[in-house]
Design a protein around this ligand. Structure first.
Ligand code: JHZ
Ligand code: ZN
Length: 415
């Protein structure tokens, strides 16, 4: 595959009626952190352009980057964020309430990263298997005691796991669905590997929250799709899977948990009322019209201007500013706003693999979190705004010495 491909047909309904509503410009991939020796090399930049399908309401990227460039060596891990680990624990408990697991039940996580979610099940004595394309993380997961298949989840991979083990009672894909180009094949794989009474839980940021809260920074090359429930149900229709429940969660600024089962499993009731209420809200907000997307784009452009102005003012007053959380979303914000080393002295991040590296495109150095108390900057801009509460709580000593926080989603605000 070439390094970049234009999307002409909607991933869900095949329509060509795609309406581009926001162009965030060309930028490096959001987890393309650099070593010091790489700083002088020219970075590869890719267009970041997003469109909504007028026929099925799927929001999607207009250009997709070859996944091998983004995922083979991956620096993001979930286990450094307690909020995310708590979510995994809740997801596991939720699954166990919904399916009665026998002692030989198999649990599969697709996009299993360092194995954090499966560890919950492993500690309860269940057999687990992870699937992940990142070679470096497969090594980490195996060291954590989580058997992991390296590669992308396809029907063929599902067959292989089924043949070597058995079918799965519970399957997960948390923050993975959006990353998959051939989503129909992915769901075929789920159908192949899931057992008759099993459930599949997918969790991902919800388009409604993204639009309402100006979360433009969750739009990046790794996220090919931004699902509405309408688009998801349309997708489900083409498979032998049913969506039987949907729940909203506050994670990552607003996510949905979507519960799937095999059509042949009639024991699990479909929560039609609950599903209908999501559909009604999407209709009410006009997701099939261009309006909410165009209005969002307008607000995002304004946010760019207001944030740059605010940062400029602070720097002119001689204030020091650092960033908190070298998140993928943080890199989108920095690149789109055009904020680099003139504004930020450094960024801190709890991920050991990111420390000592530099942010893609903007080349800001990344340090361990302890640096904040060592240098006591005037302002800390929380780029991982989805973990704002966890970060502020953990750094109470910084606030106690007069340090101030800034967030720029949904609006630029000094807390
Ligand atoms: P976080 C990644 O996005 C990429 P990112 C991916 N595409 C996706 O969808 C989401 O994850 C799920 C740091 N941190 O999780 C850790 C601290 O330093 O919002 C992370 O680098 N101290 C798979 O990268 C970053 O912030 C802390 O106390 O936007 C948060 O990144 C905490 C809580 C976090 O995902
Ligand atoms: Zn469509």
């Amino acid at each position: 595959m070439a390094s970049i491909k234009e999307v002409i047909h909607c991933r869900v309904c095949n329509s060509t009626n795609l309406h581009v509503f926001l162009d965030l410009g060309k930028m490096p991939t959001p987890n393309g952190f650099l070593e010091k020796k790489e700083l002088s090399r020219k970075e590869e930049l890719y267009p970041l352009v997003v469109a909504n399908c007028r026929d099925c309401s799927l929001t999607q990227l207009k250009y997709i980057v070859n996944p091998e460039i983004m995922f083979r060596n991956y620096l993001y891990i979930p286990s450094v964020s307690q909020t995310r680990l708590n979510n995994f624990k809740q997801l596991a408990e939720d699954a166990m309430k919904r399916v009665k697991l026998s002692s030989d039940a198999l649990i599969v996580d697709v996009g299993s990263n360092d194995g954090s979610l499966l560890t919950v099940f492993k500690n309860l004595g269940y057999e687990v298997i992870g699937v992940d394309p990142a070679e470096n993380l497969v090594v980490v997961a195996e060291l954590n005691g989580i058997p992991t298949k390296q590669g992308y989840f396809t029907e063929e991979m599902a067959e292989r796991i089924k043949r070597s083990k058995r079918t799965a009672s519970v399957m997960f894909a948390t923050n993975v669905f959006a990353h998959v180009s051939n989503i129909k094949e992915f769901l075929l794989g789920i159908h192949t590997l899931l057992n008759k009474e099993g459930i599949f839980i997918s969790q991902f940021p919800y388009i409604i929250d993204l639009l309402k809260e100006n979360q433009f920074d969750t739009i990046y090359h790794e996220h090919l799709s931004y699902f509405s429930i309408h688009s998801l149900l349309r997708l489900a229709k083409e498979t032998d899977l049913d969506i039987f429940d949907i729940e909203h969660s506050p994670l990552d600024g607003g996510s949905v948990k979507v519960y799937w089962k095999k059509k042949e499993n009639t024991k699990l009731p479909v929560k039609t009322k609950q599903i209908q209420s999501f559909l009604a809200e999407e209709k009410r907000l006009g997701l099939f019209t261009d309006k909410p997307y165009n209005e969002f784009a307008k607000r995002v452009k304004k946010l760019r201007i207001s944030t740059r102005q605010r940062m400029d003012e602070l720097r002119k007053k001689g204030k020091s500013i650092v960033g908190y959380g070298a998140a993928a979303k943080g890199n989108v914000m920095l690149n789109y706003f055009g904020l680099g080393t003139k504004v930020f002295d450094y960024i801190v991040d709890s991920t050991p693999y990111k420390q000592g590296k530099y942010t893609p495109g903007t080349h800001i150095p990344i340090f361990a979190e302890t640096k904040i108390l060592e240098t006591k900057p005037d302002y800390v801009l929380i780029m991982a705004w989805n973990f704002k509460d966890e970060i502020i709580k953990k750094n109470h000593k910084y606030s106690a010495t007069g340090g101030k926080y800034i967030v720029c989603i949904p609006e630029i605000t000094i807390l």
